[in-house]
Design a protein around this ligand. Structure first.
Ligand SMILES: Nc1ncnc2c1ncn2[C@@H]1O[C@H](COP(=O)(O)OP(=O)(O)OP(=O)(O)O)[C@@H](O)[C@H]1O
Ligand SMILES: [Mg+2]
Length: 324
């Protein structure tokens, strides 16, 4: 159960109330009579409801479809709360605090980083922070050029494309690998400058393996403070991977027979053990199941050369379809 479900209010969660009554831009004056009545009216005046106050429900639906990730879901909710209350504070004439939303995502392959980045981009768009809410996903080869000046130009072009959305740099540490003389450094410098120059126009997310990201941040001491939000994406347990697999198949209108689930569990245990540092979590599940769907198609084609399979047969993934 995630933190939203555990709350008892309607819709499964306590939303920040729109009826917070605060004094709007008025100086407290402790007088009796007419002035006091004006103040009283001010206090009761509800803040204009935010037009997109219910947009979190769409984000929540997408998050609910993700298995596990309780810490990630809580953090996304915190970001939502921060944006929502920040806007209410602005409307009340208060300062709404830091406006820096650049982030670091630390997690092994297939732990949902790109998926969550897309959801966050949408959240920021709905909350009026980003104008478009799209995601541009890049890696070293997209940013780094072949001659002096080329890298800055390539990087700037991508920042321009990401304006109004999120620029998601995967394996960000690979930019620092070549040292001082490498063009990767130029990409980092250009990104840092863009973060300053266009601080409210796009969000930069640096993502990658936890240990490498930590090293990268340690060797670039100016960087960590520029990324106030850091999110950890833990590896999935075998049970979570099985749930992810069943969900993926349900979405595609296939069914894993109990014996297939048993075999999938064995495959996952084996793969997790063999690929200790490169196991690709949910991506592994997706790949193995997509392969199983192809094998099922071939099996059915051979089995039913002269007749039609039943709907059940069309949906069932048998253990023999599962080959890693
Ligand atoms: N918790 C989850 N529940 C359901 N599906 C998930 C979950 N996490 C990841 N997936 C699915 O697994 C696949 C891989 O996820 P995603 O691409 O977001 O991972 P990633 O961390 O960005 O991987 P990489 O580091 O390899 O780029 C996607 O199809 C995604 O929908
Ligand atoms: Mg990714």
């Amino acid at each position: 159960m995630n933190k939203f479900e555990s709350k008892g209010s309607e819709g499964g969660r306590d939303r920040p109330s729109r009826q917070i009554n605060v004094v709007l831009n008025s100086q407290p004056t402790y007088q009796s009579g007419a002035s006091a009545r004006v103040l009283e009216e001010d206090i009761k005046l509800p803040i204009k409801p935010l037009p997109d106050a219910d947009h979190y429900s769409e984000i929540e639906k997408e998050l609910d479809a993700m298995i596990g990730m309780d810490n990630v879901k809580s953090l996304v909710y915190e970001i939502y709360a921060l944006l929502y209350i920040g806007r209410m504070r602005s409307e009340a004439g208060l300062t709404s605090g830091s406006q820096v939303y650049h982030m670091i995502f630390k997690g092994n392959p297939g732990t949902g980083k790109t998926t969550i980045a897309r959801i966050i981009a949408k959240l920021f768009q709905k909350m009026g922070v980003l104008s478009k809410g799209h995601l541009i996903e890049v890696e070293r080869a997209d940013l780094v050029g072949e001659y002096i000046g080329h890298t800055a130009q390539k990087t700037r072009d991508l920042v321009r494309k990401a304006m109004g959305g999120v620029l998601f740099v995967d394996e960000a540490y690979s930019l620092a690998r070549g040292g001082e003389k490498d063009f990767g450094k130029e990409a980092i410098d250009t990104l840092v400058k863009a973060m300053e120059d266009h601080r409210n126009q796009f969000i930069l997310i640096l993502a990658g393996y936890p240990a490498e990201i930590e090293d990268f941040l340690m060797t670039n001491p100016g960087l960590p403070s520029r990324f106030p939000i850091q999110i950890q994406f833990p590896d999935y347990s075998i049970d979570q991977l099985l749930q992810i697999g069943e969900l993926m198949m349900k979405d595609r209108e296939y069914v894993l027979l109990p014996a297939t689930v048993f075999k999938l569990r064995e495959c996952l245990l084996q793969a997790k053990m063999n690929e200790l540092f490169s196991f690709s979590n949910a991506r592994f599940v997706r790949n193995i199941l997509e392969k199983a769907i192809r094998h099922q198609a071939v099996r059915l084609l051979h089995m039913y050369a002269n007749s039609a399979p039943s709907k059940q047969e069309l949906m069932a993934i048998r253990p023999e379809d599962l080959k890693s």
